[in-house]
Structure formats: structure tokens, C-alpha cells
Design a binder for this molecule. Structure first.
Ligand SMILES: Cc1ncc(COP(=O)(O)O)c(C=O)c1O
Length: 354
């Protein structure tokens, strides 16, 4: 087995993987409804919400589309300081919305003050922002951004991508005022790819009910009409939901606080190692990710060769993303990965670097 120190997809525990082979069920059945009801209740705990969490047969990008199609009549403020914020911006544009960009340099966080300032000039239906920019290893200050948005205009909805952080870092959807919080299965949740999850609060549901042309597959009103009956409009990814249910039990067995602390300790270890070996971090202090460490490749190490060395030893890291390829490299430490695993990786990196 290769240990994937990439920021998703990550290794899946054998017990979780095996759950997918359980006998198939018709989705219009009492057995499926019980499975769905149980999994959704556990997801609400994980999202720190009393409201609802939708489970979709899609990856996270589908939920970028759901957010703009359901919650924006037209005006979107798109916060971009990395590749995935940029993707959400593209999704809003290609869905025909009127989108304004709020950019920061990729090595700077999104500033709540700048969001508030942009909102003085224009009225927005939604603000989109990525919590954990997987391309840069940056964590944006979501709690502060959400507070700034609500203070500037209580009608504007805050939509947050937590694809590479949810369940690896604490994000309290209700307490922080996040109106839609989305993630994917293949990262900190350590499930196979193929499921999307979206917490959507009542305020956002009321907006969706007024928005025209929401589409069909990701129509939140349609999803809600089925969710209340513990069901989905189209055929759900039943095998993945079996695995989800088992994994959520394992997550609560570890305990959320322990899980967040484990991710934070792994990040600290990776960062300390990099700084002690004359590397610099890409993200500034105070905004560094708990789930992926992005290291500047100032010594110009051959990243592909370093990774080939690691693969021979049963481990794999990630090159920099997009324009940061070879200028940075990334260590994903999420899901099932432990501090002992990170130690093993860092020892191998030391062996390579000499
Ligand atoms: C922060 C972030 N947002 C969105 C995505 C896209 O998610 P998916 O590949 O599940 O569609 C990714 C994928 O890496 C991501 O890291």
C-alpha cells in the first residue's frame, strides 16, 4: 500500500472500504431510509449545525454549482486567493451569474475588511470563499469573514468551501453564520471519492425557494423535499453511503476534538520540519493549513525525483498546484494519517535530501 500524503484522495481504512461491499438495497426502502437518516444526523453533528446536510452523488465541485444556482438570483462576490476559489468563480460565471472578484495574492489570506469594503459598493446575493485553499496551504479566516458579511448586509449569504478541511479542522456552521458549507468525501473524511455534502441553513433554503432556474440535479428545494423523507430525488451512491455511515462512527469514536488536535499536531510537525531544514512556508504564520502543508521549494529540489524516491518507500507527496508546480511541494496530512506516519515521511525526506 502507498501512503498518500497528498491532499486527497487519501487512504481509506479497510473496514470503511469493506462496508461498500454490503448487499445492495433499493433506495425506495425502509432499510435505505434508516441508513440515510442515521448518516445525515451524524453529519449534522460534524457540521455543527441543527439544520440539514445534503448528501449528493457528486464530488465537491457539483456543490459549487449548487451554491451559485440556488442561492444567487444574480450578484456574486467571489473571493479568490488560490486555484479553488478561482474554480468557484469560473463556476459562477459559467452559470451566467454577474460575478465580482475580490482577489488577494495567493500567499495572503482573504481580508474580512476588504470583503466588507466591497459590500459597501454593491449588493450581493452571495459571497463565496474557500476555507482551506488546497493549492496554497492557506486557511482563510472564515468566522471573521462571515461576521463581516452579515454586518455589512444581513441579506447576503455566506457560502464556504471546506472541501479539504471539514473534519480535519473545526468549522462551526451555525455559530459562525455560514449559510452553506460544502465538502467532498475524499479528503479529511477519508472516504472514497464520489460523495458531496452540503450544510444549508433555513435562511439559504428560503432564498433557494425564490431563485429561478435552479436546475434539477442540485435543486436544493427538491433535495429538501426528499431529505425530510430520508430519501434523495435520484438514485443515491448507496455503497458510498454504507461506507460513510461506518466512517462517521469511527470519527465520533476518535472524538472531534481529538481529531482536530491530531490534524493540528501533524501540521505543526510538518511545518517545524520544513523550517528547521531551511525551507520556507508558502502561507503566512497564523493562516497555515491544518490539513496540507505547502512548502516553498527555494532550494530547487527536483520534486518529481523526490516523489519517485518516496514512492519506492511506499509514500507519495504532491507537487505544487498549477502555477506553483515545482515552486512548491505539498504534504497532505489528513484523514487516517497519524503523527507516526508523518515522522516516517519526514525521515524519508531527510534521507533523500541528505
Ligand atoms: C479546496 C477545494 N475545493 C474544491 C475542490 C474540488 O473538489 P472535487 O474534486 O471534490 O470536486 C478541491 C479539490 O481538490 C479542493 O481542494
Amino acid at each position: 500500500m502507498t501512503h498518500l500524503f497528498v491532499p486527497g484522495p487519501v487512504n481509506v481504512d479497510p473496514e470503511v472500504a469493506a462496508a461498500q461491499t454490503k448487499e445492495m438495497l433499493p433506495h425506495r426502502s425502509a432499510e435505505f431510509e434508516a441508513l440515510f437518516r442515521g448518516a445525515e444526523a451524524k453529519l449534522r453533528k460534524l457540521f455543527y449545525t441543527e439544520t440539514r446536510v445534503f448528501i449528493t452523488a457528486s464530488s465537491g465541485t457539483g456543490l459549487h454549482e449548487a451554491a451559485v444556482r440556488n442561492l444567487a438570483h444574480n450578484k456574486v462576490l467571489s473571493c479568490v486567493n488560490g486555484a479553488f476559489g478561482k474554480r468557484w468563480h469560473d463556476v459562477a460565471l459559467t452559470n451566467g451569474k454577474d460575478v465580482d472578484l475580490l482577489t488577494a495574492e495567493w500567499d495572503e489570506p482573504i481580508s474580512p475588511d476588504e470583503v466588507a469594503e466591497a459590500m459597501q459598493k454593491e449588493k450581493y446575493d452571495i459571497v463565496t470563499v474557500v476555507h482551506n485553499e488546497t493549492s496554497t496551504g492557506m486557511m482563510n479566516p472564515i468566522k471573521e469573514i462571515a461576521a463581516a458579511v452579515h454586518a455589512a448586509d444581513p441579506d447576503t449569504l455566506v457560502c464556504v468551501d471546506a472541501v479539504s478541511s471539514l473534519s480535519g479542522a473545526r468549522i462551526e456552521m451555525d455559530a459562525w453564520g455560514v449559510d452553506m458549507l460544502l465538502t467532498s468525501s475524499q479528503k479529511c473524511l477519508a472516504l472514497p471519492p464520489g460523495l458531496g455534502f452540503a450544510g444549508v441553513n433555513d435562511k439559504a433554503m428560503a432564498r433557494a425557494a425564490e431563485v429561478e432556474n435552479r436546475g434539477w440535479y442540485f435543486d436544493l428545494v427538491r433535495l429538501e423535499n426528499h431529505r425530510v423523507k430520508n430519501s434523495t430525488p435520484a438514485t443515491p451512491a448507496i455503497s458510498l453511503i454504507y461506507a460513510l455511515d461506518v466512517q462517521l462512527d469511527r470519527i465520533f469514536e476518535e472524538g472531534l476534538d481529538n481529531r482536530f488536535a491530531r490534524h493540528s499536531a501533524m501540521a505543526k510537525k510538518a511545518q517545524d520540519w520544513a523550517l528547521a531544514h531551511d525551507f520556507e512556508m508558502f502561507a503566512p504564520e497564523g493562516y497555515r493549513s491544518q490539513t496540507v502543508t505547502t512548502i516553498k521549494n527555494t532550494p530547487e529540489v527536483n520534486v518529481a525525483e523526490m516523489n519517485a524516491f518516496l514512492v519506492e518507500r511506499g509514500m507519495r507527496i504532491a507537487n505544487g498546484y498549477g502555477p506553483l508546480k515545482n515552486e512548491t511541494f505539498r504534504i497532505g496530512h489528513m484523514g487516517e494519517t497519524t503523527l507516526a506516519d508523518v515522522d516516517k515521511l519526514l525521515e524519508a525526506l531527510e534521507a533523500y535530501l541528505g
